[in-house]
Design a protein around this ligand. Structure first.
Ligand SMILES: [Fe+2]
Length: 343
């Protein structure tokens, strides 16, 4: 079974015949008598290598080469030029354009065979390496995501009252992301980022987090620090660069009166504006150390009254739509542990 396909482009039928005689036993060959014909073939199939005559009437080898490379899908197909010209400048020119190699005519069968063999071998190695890199990258990401899972568990274990909050906020945020048209990959990023929005609370004393009465201004300042602490923790996960914005910006307000930076409107990264709505909604309808759970209708009103001041009005609109569709309830049902329902 011949593994590799080579596209041979030459205006001389004699040359095509010579190449065919030499390479036919090892490769599947596609022969083209002009640049136009080569391009037509390339629009249907991608060979593993292109052998391209430089001097052709009509579309020259150089022009054909440039046309081939215009299509990003053809960017990585190695091209070897066939040149009758012994002039060194032409050869340097070919290599500068990005050709893998050049072979001078008249064709010496052994040289043709060896050069093609080497280029194909190199190409295979490179593809193999790319595959391995992709696999390793995937492994690193999986590892980082497992670490995230462990961090979230640590945070949730700290406080039984807020248990499940991170997972619900992540679910709601992902639903918002999907509703505003983000693709699946972005939605996943939003989910992971939202999952970790409160991770900085690891650095806040329990005496403050679980306090039943009013917080003193100093205590409130300390609580506010969870945004920056969280962002700093997450910036250490360098394999995933997008995580820290969620922690940093989820308490910014649309009118600029939030923290830690006091950004306003679209200055606040979108992820911050998304998590803000998801976070507050979940906090409203859940029990907290300092308050009882609010019913859904009242929470809805709260969100609407904060649209444009506390929240991005567009995100509130989207969230209300998700509430109407029952999406939010469904996520809540799926992510809430059975014992949490007993209140
Ligand atoms: Fe928070």
């Amino acid at each position: 079974m011949k593994e590799h396909t080579i596209l041979v482009v030459d205006d001389s039928r004699t040359n095509l015949q010579v190449v065919r005689d030499v390479l036919e036993k090892d490769y599947t060959l596609q022969l083209a008598i002009s640049g136009e014909m080569a391009l037509k073939f390339l629009s249907k199939k991608k060979p593993d290598l292109i052998l391209l005559d430089l001097m052709m009437p009509g579309m020259s080898g150089k022009e054909t080469y440039q046309e081939i490379r215009k299509n990003p899908e053809n960017k990585n197909i190695p091209v070897i030029f066939l040149t009758a010209n012994q002039d060194e400048d032409v050869e340097v020119d070919c290599l500068n354009m990005g050709a893998s190699d050049f072979i001078t005519k008249p064709i010496v069968p052994e040289i043709l065979e060896r050069r093609i063999g080497k280029t194909i071998e190199l190409e295979d190695l490179q593809k193999n390496l790319q595959g391995k890199i992709a696999q390793k990258t995937q492994e690193i990401e999986t590892l980082a995501l497992q670490a995230i899972g462990a961090i979230v568990h640590t945070l949730e274990a700290k406080d039984e009252v807020t248990q499940g909050h991170s997972i619900r906020v992540a679910g709601y945020s992902k639903a918002i992301a999907s509703e505003i048209g983000m693709d699946a990959k972005m939605q996943e990023q939003v989910y992971q980022t939202a999952l970790l929005h409160d991770v900085g609370k690891i650095g806040i004393p329990d005496s403050i987090l679980k306090k039943k009465g009013r917080l003193t201004p100093e205590e409130y300042d300390q609580i506010k620090g969870h945004t920056t602490i969280g962002a700093n923790i997450l910036s250490a996960i360098s394999a995933i660069g997008y995580l820290e914005d969620g922690a940093r910006y989820h308490h910014e307000r649309f009118d600029g009166n939030g923290y830690p930076r006091g950004l306003s409107g679209e200055e606040i990264p979108l992820i911050g504006r998304i998590i803000a709505v998801a976070d507050v909604y979940d906090a409203l309808v859940s029990r907290r150390h300092y308050k009882e759970a609010m019913n859904e209708a009242t929470a809805r009103k709260e969100l609407l009254s904060g649209a444009g001041t506390q929240f991005d009005p567009e995100i509130v609109k989207v969230f209300i739509r998700l509430l109407d569709k029952g999406t939010i309830d469904e996520i809540k049902r799926q992510t809430t542990l059975p014992e949490e329902n007993v209140r």
